[in-house]
Design a protein around this ligand. Sequence first.
Ligand code: SF4
Ligand code: F3S
Length: 104
Amino acid sequence: TYVVTENCIKCKYMDCVEVCPVDCFYEGENMLVIHPDECIDCGVCEPECPAEAIKPDTEPSLEQWLSLNAEYSKTWPNITVKRDPPADHKEWDGKPGKLQQFSP
Ligand code: SF4
Ligand code: F3S
């Protein structure tokens, strides 16, 4: 599966949702997640994310993000259409420690 990671938080570009062939993105207040059981590992979303927040779970040290994606994709609503990102999304791009900003 592919995993949405820290740099999505407060950037939330949503370009990813437009390309997913199985519509497996789910939306929280300031981040999206991928449902790990629905993702078919096609990889097309990875290069679409301007924040480079989407990674294959074969990369090291993604366990915490994989659990977060698995947990919240169960309850957050599905999203398939991009909207405008948050007004201050550029200020947050690349900032460290964004997990503290995560809103479930
Ligand atoms: Fe969707 Fe493919 Fe990305 Fe998985 S890898 S979330 S199936 S676009
Ligand atoms: Fe997040 Fe990137 Fe999608 S910032 S909303 S994973 S395009």
